[in-house]
Design a protein around this ligand. Structure first.
Ligand code: HEM
Length: 218
């Protein structure tokens, strides 16, 4: 870390290689190319659902925490959007149709494990929500085109209707990361947890990708 580097910059720099690994999984590359079927996309939404239930439950428990609390804002909440997307994708009995994969169970277990450590929660919060506000926006456009979702139905997860200016929101989010001003030991722990969060996400995607031949469309 250089003397002038902010914590947000440090976090991004220290984890960007892990970001690339996640982004370059065969499944996400095929998804971005519009080559994944609606079934494959639905499976990804289903796996997201289990992770966000855990993440947002942890968030509610930490809402009053002086360190983690400022990150927990209602406009980020994704579970209601995921529920609507799953109903669109699987029908009204969607709850009976979806099952967490083994890597998802591992990911959820880790979220639960760190749920009382504000820095750990922030690591997982950052990895998901800042990603949804970034690359997620590209995924939404691809999904809306590929699956002909009208009015974002099926991709509401990526639609942050409570955030009119994503760029400004992300800048304010990075300010919140900088305001953490963790000491060196805590900074390293948060960076390591973020690397782990990326890896857990990558494993979830790799698992979905095992069925890629089945999901590929011409
Ligand atoms: C199709 C796959 C993906 C694409 C195309 C993509 C693209 C991007 C882009 C362009 C940015 C930079 C935006 C900016 O600086 O404002 C970004 C940031 C980010 N992405 Fe992704 N991404 C993908 C997958 C993922 C995944 C799977 C995760 C994590 C699970 C993730 C997490 C993040 C995070 C946390 C940031 C914010 C980094 C920072 O500025 O500190 N992304 N992504």
């Amino acid at each position: 870390m250089t003397a002038t580097e902010t914590f947000a910059e440090r976090l991004k720099k220290a984890t960007w290689r892990d970001h690339e690994e996640a982004e370059q999984t065969a499944f996400l590359e095929a998804l971005m190319a519009g080559r994944v079927s609606r079934e494959g996309y639905a499976e990804m939404v289903a796996q997201h659902y289990f992770a966000y239930v855990a993440l947002e439950e942890a968030g509610r428990a930490l809402a009053g925490d002086p360190v983690a609390g400022p990150f927990v804002t209602p406009e980020l909440e994704r579970v209601p959007a995921l529920e609507a997307d799953l109903e669109e994708l699987y029908g009204e009995n969607w709850r009976d149709e979806i099952t967490p994969s083994k890597p998802t169970l591992t990911y959820v277990a880790r979220i639960n494990q760190i749920a009382e450590w504000p820095g750990g929660f922030i690591a997982h919060h950052y990895t998901r929500y800042l990603g949804d506000l970034s690359g997620g926006q590209v995924i939404r456009k691809v999904a809306e085109r590929a699956y002909r979702f009208g009015d974002a139905a099926g991709a509401r997860f990526y639609l942050f209707s409570g955030i009119p200016d994503l760029k400004a929101f992300k800048a304010a989010y990075r300010d919140r990361l900088d305001a953490l001003a963790p000491d060196e030991v805590e900074a390293r722990r948060i960076v390591s947890e973020t690397v782990l969060a990326y890896q857990l996400n990558t494993e979830v995607i790799v698992e979905i990708g095992k069925r890629l031949p089945e999901y590929l469309v011409a």
